[in-house]
Design a protein around this ligand. Structure first.
Ligand code: LLP
Length: 386
């Protein structure tokens, strides 16, 4: 089964480009809203890092989600797309003074703080501008996630967050500060997680930490569990919408929220991943000594995930249904790692055929670069292609 695309319009559009199926995005957002509607105080902040295309941000904003930003640039992108400051959380292990001031100035909902020095700087800068910054402390839960080593973040060896053993001291420091308001705890264990057991492990850890805080009579208003829900890269057509039901149910079942506490999620990939495809054209079909190459006009500059993480993306020849042949699909960049897939079956490729690299809505367009002086790929939404 292949995806359904407006081929006629694609044929007259310069490749490579990203194509976003906004109907699927809207359905995905509806699924999220329906699921969180079943619980009290569940809030989803879309992780802007996954894709900051203004048209997508605007649709996500209209659906009523908040945002999770990790830079001043992302805060501005979110504000420009219409998100209100009180729906913005700001995370990141290295926030600059300028970015912190921007957050203070705009009055964002919460800073997710990752170290004592950062806490001190936020307190100082807030004092200078006569404000009180709401903060959550990002705790490194030392929970391992079953995902790619480069995208696991919740292990003690990772650079993220405050060590659990320091939590009580840091909270005491925060509570003593005049210009920060301590709101709660933030976590994130990694990305592309499909094993709900990993989230259960996080819930168990948070339950222990809450119990520990209560022995010190410390109450918290919010818990932010980060993002990480994965998508089905193998079956973008069969499983276009991730299993949000099981995901939120896992938290409802295993996390012991106290009365009045709000629970926050920072979902990126699961929101936008499946709605995006990178559309590229076959430039040449080359017979090598041992294999056949389909050389396409998109490269690792347009979608770096296969080169960086050996990530799998389903690839389809959307121009014809001829018999299958085996190809390495490679880009034009002067790097041996500029390979989208090795030894995959595609309908026979000819010069000019359109190729869809699927499940590329998250960490695709946003991670594009201009290496080799290539232009950045454009992103089109369905409405623009009819
Ligand atoms: N919250 C925090 C604190 C994060 O670090 C991340 C992702 C998210 C939320 C969103 O996670 P998601 O729901 O998208 O899994 N470039 C890599 C992924 C890097 C993820 C970084 N942090 C990739 O292409 O797989």
């Amino acid at each position: 089964m292949k995806g359904v695309f407006p081929i006629k319009t694609f044929e007259t559009t310069d490749t490579p480009f990203y194509y976003y199926d906004t109907d699927l995005l809207r359905k995905t957002l509806r699924a999220i809203i329906d699921e969180i509607g079943k619980y009290e105080n569940y809030n989803v902040h879309y992780a802007v890092k996954a894709n900051a295309n203004p048209k997508l941000l605007n649709i996500i904003c209209q659906a009523g989600l908040g945002v999770d930003c990790v830079s001043g640039g992302e805060i501005m992108a979110a504000l420009n797309a219409g998100f209100s400051p009180d729906k913005i959380v700001f995370a990141g292990v290295g926030k600059s003074d300028k970015e912190i001031k921007l957050g203070l100035d705009k009055g964002i909902y919460c800073f997710n703080v990752e170290s004592i020095p950062e806490l001190e700087v936020i307190n100082q800068l807030a004092e200078q501008c006569g404000k009180v910054a709401s903060i959550a402390l990002r705790i490194n839960p030392n929970v391992s996630a079953h995902t790619h080593a480069n995208i696991t973040t919740g292990l003690a060896e990772n650079k993220f967050g405050i060590a659990m053993s320091d939590m009580d001291d840091v909270i005491a420091k925060a509570l003593a500060m005049k210009n920060v308001k301590f709101m709660g705890l933030h976590f994130h264990i990694g990305s592309q997680i499909l094993d709900m057991g990993d989230f259960v492990a996080l819930c168990n850890r948070i339950n222990d930490l809450q119990a520990q805080l209560e022995t010190h009579h410390i109450k918290i208003d919010l818990i932010n569990v980060g993002g990480g829900l994965g998508i089905d890269y193998n079956h973008p057509n069969r499983v276009p919408i991730p299993d949000f039901k099981s995901y939120f149910e896992t938290y409802a079942k295993h996390l012991k929220l106290r009365k009045g506490q709000s629970l926050h999620f920072e979902l990126g990939r699961s929101v936008v991943g499946q709605c995006g495809s990178l559309i590229t054209k076959v430039l040449y079909v080359k017979q090598g000594s041992f294999k056949k190459f389909a050389i396409v006009d998109a490269g690792m500059t347009d979608l770096i995930r296969p080169a960086l993480y050996q990530a799998y993306h389903k690839i389809e020849n959307i121009s014809n249904d001829e018999s299958l042949e085996t190809y390495d699909v490679v880009g034009p960049i002067c790097e041996s790692s500029d390979v989208f897939a090795k030894a995959i079956d595609l309908n026979e490729c000819h010069r000019g055929d359109l190729i869809a690299i699927r499940s590329a809505g998250a960490y695709g367009e946003i991670m594009a670069s201009q290496y080799n002086c290539r232009p950045l790929p454009k992103g089109y939404i369905k409405e623009e292609m009819i």
